[in-house]
Design a protein around this ligand. Structure first.
Ligand SMILES: C[S@@+](CC[C@H](N)C(=O)[O-])C[C@H]1O[C@@H](n2cnc3c(N)ncnc32)[C@H](O)[C@@H]1O
Length: 415
């Protein structure tokens, strides 16, 4: 039985999850007056409508009906609240704040810091870096991140901007103030991500991921290269790895496809770039093939590359549909350097929201279609990792943190 009083607030939650009332009405195919009647408690929806509401807002249906349990569809164990964990977070934050030499943090900044540390602790635990024990050493990573953010008061800007973006404000770029704020946010977040990958603490990431290509990735590369060879007929293909990290994919491609593929890479992080240079010295990749540049500044001529490839990079770059910096600039750059008919494969974390823990931009299919359209690409294929296209890979799927369950993978062709 529906419990009328609290059902109204649960329904309001569903609307907020979708974004705007307009989006909610479109997705659930009900009229505005119907929605108001439900929200005002004047009538109750039928079961098929409740099902639609739950689906549209990605909400747990039994919670929507009964109010019991959690609104999230996520595995409840990943949401369990740990008193010990939160105590450790507070302790660590307090201790580190005592050493913090910058200006006093506002309550809003502290409020941002807590979930950031908490999420980072969970993440570190999930990838097995800290054997369930997050130490003060790890705090430096987060504080480095916060310091780089604080440089331009990013948190305030972030609040302001995400409010507007989430409300789908049409005039995002019309007000000069807001567009300055947005661009400020994008460039600071972009730089903070690059800095993040240059921190000594990122050594652990490169160490963890550097040793060769996993079975899963070998299969994935095979699928990607099938699409490349079907669509690009030139005998020699220049492949540009955008954000190539330690250069492991370049090395693999060079070892296995050197007859057709010439590898090139850009990588802005000093730490990762040095690893690429070592690979060059050891002959794993050709000398001079990696450039210390970021994805918004590709050091190549117009129409000079046949295939651009970018794995796990775009979620470190902010995407604001209306801004021509961030992901839009990356796409513009890739479109510029690609030859007509050239291909662009990329993947990133899938979702419809922005994670700030530390910065992660999620991409939906709609985002990818929008980006492709804006920058003159046609989408050859696009899949999230849980779709049948990847069924044969799933056995070898690497463990993700529950927060980042799914990836989006797309293969585009420059028109
Ligand atoms: C998760 S790692 C992935 C590295 C590599 N693509 C791989 O899959 O092994 C993310 C990489 O993106 C790089 N990165 C971050 N911001 C970038 C930007 N604006 N342009 C290009 N690369 C960026 C980081 O330095 C880091 O090496």
């Amino acid at each position: 039985m529906l419990q009328q009083e609290s059902f109204q607030s649960r329904l309001r939650h569903c609307v907020q999850q979708v974004g705007t009332q307009k989006d909610f009405l479109e997705k659930t195919e009900i009229s505005r007056s119907q929605l108001f009647r439900y929200l005002e408690g004047e009538s109750l929806p039928t079961v098929d409508k409740v099902l639609k509401f739950a689906e549209a807002s990605n909400t747990n249906i039994s919670w929507l009906i009964s109010g019991e349990g959690s609104p999230c569809k996520t595995d409840p164990s990943s949401l369990s609240f740990s008193y010990d964990l939160i105590t450790t977070v507070i302790q660590l934050v307090e201790e580190t704040l005592m050493e913090y030499t910058g200006p006093a943090l506002t309550p809003a900044q502290k409020a941002m810091l807590m979930p950031m540390v908490h999420a980072e602790m969970e993440l570190e635990k999930a990838v097995g870096l800290s054997e369930n024990k997050f130490t003060k050493g790890h705090m430096h990573k987060i504080f480095d991140y916060i310091w780089s953010i604080k440089k331009s008061n990013l948190i305030d800007t972030y609040y302001e901007m995400s409010k507007r973006v989430l409300l789908h404000a049409k005039d995002l770029t019309q007000s000069e103030d807001v567009s300055v704020q947005v661009n400020n946010f994008i460039s600071t977040a972009e730089q903070a991500s690059i800095d993040y990958f240059s921190l000594p603490s990122s050594q652990a990431y490169y160490k963890r991921t550097e040793h060769g290509i996993t079975e899963y990735n070998r299969h994935l590369l095979f699928k990607i290269m099938e699409s490349v060879f079907c669509n690009i007929k030139s005998p020699k293909i220049k492949m540009l790895d955008v954000g190539c990290g330690s250069g492991k994919y370049m090395e693999y491609m060079h070892a296995n496809y050197a007859d057709r593929i010439e590898v090139l890479g850009v990588e802005p992080s000093e730490l990762a770039f040095e690893k690429c240079k070592q690979k060059e010295k050891q002959g794993g990749i050709p000398t001079g093939s990696v450039f210390r540049k970021d994805a918004s500044h590709l050091p190549f001529e117009k129409n000079s590359i046949e295939f651009a490839f970018s794995r796990n990079v775009l979620h470190w770059i902010p995407y604001v549909k209306e801004a021509n910096t961030g992901t839009n600039k990356v796409f513009a750059e890739v479109a510029r350097v690609l030859k007509p008919g050239g291909a662009f494969y990329f993947d990133a974390r899938e979702g419809t929201h922005r994670e700030f823990l530390p910065f992660n931009q999620m991409y939906s299919k709609q985002d990818v279609y929008d980006l492709a359209k804006t920058h003159g690409f046609k989408v050859l294929w696009i899949h999230t990792e849980d779709e049948p296209y990847f069924n044969d890979l799933i056995e070898n799927k690497e463990e993700y943190h529950s927060r980042f369950k799914n990836a989006i993978r797309a293969f585009l062709i420059k028109a």
